[in-house]
Design a protein around this ligand. Structure first.
Ligand SMILES: Nc1ncnc2c1ncn2[C@@H]1O[C@H](COP(=O)(O)OP(=O)(O)O)[C@@H](O)[C@H]1O
Ligand SMILES: [Mg+2]
Length: 172
């Protein structure tokens, strides 16, 4: 018999062997996305890698923007659509926000210094990690966004002990 990884409702059960922990949430509107981002902000640890997956318009950038505001950032948060990377200092963390939708050359990973940003200190939040498959380090936490007729469904999955700790410490 499988033991639940976590006893809270809404938490999926996985075999201990897979050592994953997942939570699904319904975010009814953008305000709900912002509220979740504020909860997530409090669980971030230096060095964490978070992959954000989902279609264009699913809410990945909205989440990062709200998370930065929750950490105290007061300036603009623009989508790194063309720059591929925007960086911030907020809440005592250095946060790298990648959008790799337009990433196309493996060489760029080195020359742009992207590899160096995954240094165990920066929090790296990566939209479209699949566009640089094999280059982006493994995610501690993956957030999958699904567009619903009204709102979004997200699944937050922890892949590492750091990620599991993050999910366990999410405030209600
Ligand atoms: N939970 C939600 N429910 C409905 N609309 C949302 C929700 N979260 C974000 N949005 C809206 O969806 C759009 C998401 O855009 P964006 O964050 O740029 O998407 P992505 O970065 O995934 O391409 C924005 O217009 C935002 O207002
Ligand atoms: Mg985006």
């Amino acid at each position: 018999m499988h033991k639940p990884d976590d006893s809270r409702s809404g938490v999926s059960r996985h075999s201990a062997a897979r050592r994953k922990l997942a939570i699904s949430l319904l975010l009814a509107d953008e305000a709900a996305t912002a509220a979740f981002a504020a909860r997530l902000a409090g669980t971030l640890k230096a060095g964490m890698v978070i992959h954000l997956r989902g279609d264009l318009g699913a809410g990945k950038t909205t989440l990062v923007r709200a998370l930065l505001h929750a950490l105290g950032h007061t300036g603009r948060v623009k989508s790194p659509t063309y720059t591929l990377l925007e960086q911030y200092e907020a809440g005592g963390l250095h946060l790298c926000h990648f959008d790799l939708y337009r990433f196309c050359s493996k060489e760029e990973w080195e020359t742009a210094g992207f590899r160096d940003e995954f240094n165990g200190r920066n929090v790296c939040m990566v939209e479209w990690p699949e566009k640089a498959h094999g280059l982006v380090p493994q995610a501690d936490v993956e957030i999958l966004f699904e567009i619903l007729p009204h709102g979004r469904n997200i699944t937050i999955r922890a892949n590492t002990e750091t990620g599991r700790e993050c999910l366990r410490s999410l405030p209600n």
